[in-house]
Design a protein around this ligand. Sequence first.
Ligand SMILES: NC(=O)c1ccc[n+]([C@@H]2O[C@H](COP(=O)([O-])OP(=O)(O)OC[C@H]3O[C@@H](n4cnc5c(N)ncnc54)[C@H](O)[C@@H]3O)[C@@H](O)[C@H]2O)c1
Length: 342
Amino acid sequence: MHVLVTGGAGFIGSHAALRLLDEGHRVTVVDNLVRGHREAATALERLAPDRFRFVECDLLDTDRLAAAAQGCDLAMHFAALAYVGESVDEPLRYYRNNVGGTISLLDALTRASVRRLVFSSTCATYGEPSEEYIPISENCPQHPVNAYGRSKLMCEAVIRDWSLARTRASAPVAFAFLRYFNVAGSDATGRVGEDHRPETHLIPICLEVALGQRPSLTVFGEDWPTPDSTCIRDYVHVEDLISAHVLVAQRLDPDRAEGREFVFNVGTGRGASVREVLDSCRRVTGHAIPAIVGQRRAGDPPRLVGSPEKIRRELGWSAKHVTLDTMVASAWAWRQAHPKGW
Ligand SMILES: NC(=O)c1ccc[n+]([C@@H]2O[C@H](COP(=O)([O-])OP(=O)(O)OC[C@H]3O[C@@H](n4cnc5c(N)ncnc54)[C@H](O)[C@@H]3O)[C@@H](O)[C@H]2O)c1
């Protein structure tokens, strides 16, 4: 199989490209490097020079994208801007990049006759569900509360409409929406890792404090209605997340009505509080990791945990890396080998 991986120089996309190469597939990565790293693409290329291609290209460049997609059997679409706070300040940039980029990609896939797509969606499309909806199932109402979440929900709508139109045009397509919860960890063998700039994710920030690159972690509020008064999130290991992509890709079949549309949450069903994550990072790194308590952030729900029931039932997926310490240990191993990131 030849897979087009958009955003393959970023954190999750590089792990997907790695898995696909490990499984013997051909991979074309498309990335404009706005948040990704050329070094990640270079590392992937070194692993399989004859089966890997990197195309530095913006999603909005439909012609180049269509050329890159020629001969691909499937697209995994990770490329997006993905910072909640930034999306509130720069909503037009988010809609242009994420929604406009997805429209351009669908145009390119149509031109290149690529009929299968796995789309990186997010629990942010659910917004701030009340306790009655937790753990969150796929039919929880989607009411995103920021431009990032809304841009992803819009992408879902655009992809559905594309699919309907392609069916009407007798050239059906198949798609999957995977709505991720908090993705963490790194490739167990340390070949790729997590390096966001700026870094906003809790575990990498703790590791940067452990490495002495930041003075402390700021805990956003310690007055939440949770057992230890800090927010609770559902952490899923990036390798488990990629397994979900591989499993759902095998089910996509545009020529059968039942193979054309899949929607799954990818979470573990277990929540971990900010304090629990911090304790795990302290245990794994052996560093004190000082923490200070700051203000709550607007739009932070106290508890976001996904139900893994549907994906377990229909794809047989379950998380293999279930402890926080395993996730933190893999991330720590990569950061120790790459203290400045890529
Ligand atoms: N990291 C998480 O916990 C998480 C949770 C839910 C959903 N997601 C989704 O997963 C996907 C990947 O997230 P990530 O953490 O790997 O982010 P990332 O920033 O590391 O990777 C995104 C990649 O997309 C590229 N990109 C962005 N806009 C582009 C454009 N217009 N053209 C070409 N390339 C472009 C960036 O350069 C980057 O390499 C995103 O779609 C994100 O919304 C991530």
